[in-house]
Design a protein around this ligand. Structure first.
Ligand SMILES: [Zn+2]
Length: 78
């Protein structure tokens, strides 16, 4: 599948919980909740800000796959 953040060719893996989990060569491994997946049809992520956020989350919680959900999602300005 295409990376939900940047559109690069990414590998989808079975999510540990709800939503989508994938590994992107550019963004790394992350999860996206079902609610964000629904909103994503009309909006795109801020690619750079989302990568920075993912990087920070991995530093805080190295053992956990960071999940983008409706509380922390960074939408691109339209
Ligand atoms: Zn990506």
């Amino acid at each position: 599948m295409r990376c939900i953040n940047c559109g690069a060719e990414a590998r989808r893996i079975d999510p540990a919980s709800e939503g989508v989990e994938l590994v992107c060569p550019e963004c790394g491994r992350f999860c996206v909740s079902d609610s964000v997946m629904r909103h994503r049809k009309s909006q795109a992520f801020d690619i750079e800000q989302t990568r920075i956020w993912l990087h920070r989350e991995r530093e805080i919680n190295p053992d956990r796959c960071p999940q983008i959900n409706s509380e922390n999602v960074i939408w691109a300005n339209r």
